[in-house]
Write a protein that binds this ligand. Structure first.
Ligand code: C5P
Length: 405
């Protein structure tokens, strides 16, 4: 059977981690599938695996240094960038990921990455603490925002004999991810010509110029959906409450708001030509009836009653004017999840509602993972395991795209 990798030009970047031994098998699989592979290895990578093994399997000399020492031949990273259809870095160590995120071009692998015109995928591999460290997670978030695909590491025994997340994904799975990328590149984009509007993050409702009522929503789920919608070809706009600026994926437009009323106004301004609305924001239910003009001084106030008024329901308001649009909502429930979600689906005129449960570990605010069930207005439902929010976004959009066909 011919593979969609046949004739594809792939740069395989290898950095210095023990998982480099698996890259030999990955290279073998890519070549077997008909791809032409150019290996670029870091100086540390060569400590783990020899260039002779890699050049024998790829049929091409391995590139590691800027120059070949005895002939002075210069290896052009620009030429590699023009030749390649895809760059895959496996394993990507914490250090290589940090250098990629910050443009530290001190070896041939990073210069090749910085000159790459082609899509880039990385398969991280490191110890569990290094993977979990905020510095690594920041760098991963930067790479994602730069359009790099992260092939999530798995959990299991690590080279340190510790057990946890950080194992490079198995070569067969990396090949599957590469095949999926090429297939999606060749298929017509299912949301081309459609406009998607997504609400994301919390809203802040001011009590005085300093304090507000808010919640712990990070906006990560909404922006993961935005990245996926963009990848599927949609003109994508996120109406975002106060969340991190670096979350915005390439090619996605962002409208920043603070309060629920501002979020409603921004959504109304975008609504007319929108085809798909996804309401992923954790909108504050209530706002203070008045906002004090000056900071409230606690010395002057022994007890305080805060009068609250209900905020507009953005999803329900727009649901009344739905027309031909497709609408998707979220429900975060602590109990009677299915019952509450399905009630909201009807009340707000949604086509689908995504339920995440407060009782599921790793499926709450401010995490990088989520565990969801998608309920359809046609009484269908599909549940997914605990996954990265990027994977959850893909799963949700697969359901929606299939329903649009
Ligand atoms: O808060 P509730 O559980 O009702 O939220 C369900 C859905 O409605 C979510 O998709 C949320 O983004 C949306 N919503 C909204 N405006 C509100 C409250 C909720 O758009 N004021």
């Amino acid at each position: 059977m011919s593979s969609c990798l046949s004739g594809k030009h792939i740069v395989l970047g290898i950095s210095g981690g023990i998982a480099a031994y698996k890259s030999v098998y990955l290279l073998r699989l890519l070549v077997k599938a008909g791809a032409e592979v150019q290996v670029v290895i870091t100086p540390n990578g060569k400590e783990f695996i020899t260039p002779v093994t890699l050049s024998s399997l790829s049929g091409n000399p391995v590139i590691s240094e800027f120059f070949t020492a005895n002939t002075g031949e210069w290896h052009s990273h620009v030429d590699i960038g023009q030749w390649a259809d895809l760059m895959v870095i496996a394993p990507a160590t914490a250090s290589t990921i940090a250098k990629m995120a910050n443009g530290v071009a001190d070896n041939m692998l990073i210069t090749t990455y910085l000159s790459a015109k082609e899509h880039v995928m990385v398969a991280p591999a490191m110890d569990l603490d290094m993977w979990a460290h905020p510095a690594t997670q920041r760098n991963i978030a930067t790479l994602r925002a730069d359009g790099v695909d992260i092939i999530e590491p798995g959990s299991g025994e690590l080279a340190s004999h510790l057990c946890g997340k950080g194992r490079m994904e198995e070569p067969e799975k990396i090949v599957e991810a590469i095949e999926e990328y090429f297939r999606s590149e060749e298929a017509p984009l299912p949301l081309a010509g459609k406009k998607v509007m997504i609400t994301a993050g919390p809203t802040y409702e001011a009590i005085d110029p300093v304090r507000f009522i808010g919640n712990h929503s990070s906006g990560k789920m909404g922006f993961a959906l935005a990245r996926e919608c963009r990848r599927l070809g949609a003109d994508t706009v996120v109406v975002a409450g106060p969340v991190n600026k670096s979350l915005t994926p390439e090619g996605v437009r962002r409208v920043d708001v603070v309060t629920a009323r501002e979020m409603l106004a921004a959504c109304e301004a975008e609504f007319e030509d929108t085809d798909i609305c996804i309401f992923a924001a954790a909108v504050a239910d209530y706002a203070p009836a008045e906002c004090a003009e000056r900071k409230i001084k606690r010395e002057n106030v022994e007890e305080m009653d805060l009068r609250l008024v209900r905020n507009p329901d953005i999803a329900a308001t727009l649901g009344k004017r739905k027309g031909e649009r497709t609408m998707i909502g979220f429900a975060l429930e602590s109990d009677h999840g299915q019952e509450n979600a399905c009630r909201k689906l009807k009340a707000k005129n949604f086509d689908w509602i995504v339920l995440n449960s407060l009782s599921d570990e790793g499926a709450c605010f401010n995490t990088d993972t989520n565990k969801v069930t998608v309920f359809g207005a046609d009484s269908s439902s599909v549940s997914f395991p605990l996954e990265s929010k990027d994977k959850v976004a893909k799963d949700i959009m697969n359901v929606i795209v299939a329903g649009l066909l």
